[in-house]
Design a protein around this ligand. Structure first.
Ligand SMILES: Cc1cc2nc3c(=O)[nH]c(=O)nc-3n(C[C@H](O)[C@H](O)[C@H](O)COP(=O)(O)O)c2cc1C
Length: 313
């Protein structure tokens, strides 16, 4: 049984990957997507989205990170995958699930789910291009507007040579609206030779176990549930209660310090607000803290509020 941390554009950057792997339980992370159109991207693009490349492609606690590519041109995707592999990527992950209009209009993400042979072409071109020891994984949704091509798309990834397949159990049209259709994953899992990793709407240990039971999948990928409860993977693996707020605060302080070091000043307060917003679904203390920092624009001042919060315990 493995737990993977889901890629989340604009949320799960290298700092957040560092934070969310701190408590253990996460077996692998994926970067935000590298958008591939018609050029071989410079190394600095890869280092920006995956600074872990300079550290054996692992988070500080040693969790492997795969580099995610988003695009539709097989040759260009392959050239970029080779570059990422040469730079030390521990795996290449392909995004066939992004629902964003701008991405879909320019022929990327979930848009490819309408033509399974295009998935096959991208996966197989990359599989041929990168060395055998580098895993090539794919992440898709159940479909674009409906689920009719779910099986063909899963088989296209399988036959194209993907090492593993993650399926977010919803269509592009479903967006992020509950429920996730875990039951639809079982037939796909039985039809392919590679591991299928279930994804979507896992927020608690109970949902994690239910998702595995219903989908028949060994492994589960979790996104928002981990951001909302940084101790979730550890709780799933070791049991026990949800992590206490007082144990979350040092993590928030570390995150804010890193954010101040890494990001332009105008972003440093907003990133904490974004995270607190997720945490409010589990911690009433986060609701209060969010209200206190809501109007603050200075990251250092936010850090001061977090230190103050830490003295309450
Ligand atoms: C803000 C946000 C950004 C996301 N960015 C990506 C991305 O870059 N690549 C990707 O494959 N999926 C992306 N996803 C989808 C997640 O990886 C995941 O499939 C989805 O959130 C369902 O899982 P969850 O219910 O555990 O969050 C994103 C989701 C959210 C909410």
């Amino acid at each position: 049984m493995r737990i993977l941390l889901a890629p989340m554009e604009g949320v799960v950057d290298h700092t957040m990957r560092d934070m969310l792997t701190t408590f253990g339980g996460i077996d692998r992370c994926v970067t935000e997507f590298v958008r591939v159109t018609s050029t071989l991207l410079p190394k600095k693009t890869y280092l920006r989205l995956c600074p872990e490349l300079a550290n054996g492609c692992k988070t500080p606690v040693g969790t492997p990170v795969y580099v995610q590519l988003l695009g539709s041109d097989p040759d260009c995707m392959a050239a970029n995958a080779v570059r990422a592999a040469e730079m030390g990527a521990l795996g290449i992950d392909l995004n066939f699930g992004c629902p964003a209009k701008t991405v879909n209009n320019s022929d990327g993400g979930a848009a490819l789910l309408r033509t399974p042979e295009r998935l096959y072409n991208v996966v197989s071109a990359i599989r041929r291009a990168v060395p055998n020891h580098v895993p090539v994984t794919a992440k898709m949704r159940l479909g674009y507007a409906d689920k009719l091509l779910a099986m063909e798309n899963a088989l296209a990834c399988n036959d194209g040579g993907a090492t593993e397949l993650v399926v977010h159990a919803r269509t592009k049209t479903d967006g992020y609206k509950p429920p996730a259709y875990w039951e639809d994953l079982a037939a796909l899992r039985n039809a392919i030779d590679i591991p299928l990793i279930a994804n979507g709407e896992v927020w608690t240990p109970e949902q994690f176990h239910r998702c595995r039971e219903v989908s028949g999948c060994e492994d589960v990928m979790i996104g928002r549930g981990m951001v909302a409860n940084p101790g979730l993977a550890s709780q799933i693996v070791h049991g026990g209660e949800r992590m206490a707020w007082r144990d979350i605060i040092p993590l928030l302080i570390r995150f804010q310090e890193y954010t101040i070091d890494t990001y332009e000043p105008r972003y440093t307060a907003n990133r904490m607000k974004q995270w607190l917003n997720y945490l409010t679904s589990n911690y009433t203390e986060a609701v209060t803290l969010f209200e206190q920092i809501r109007k603050i624009r200075d990251g250092q001042q936010v850090l001061g509020m977090l230190w103050k919060e830490s003295t309450l315990f």
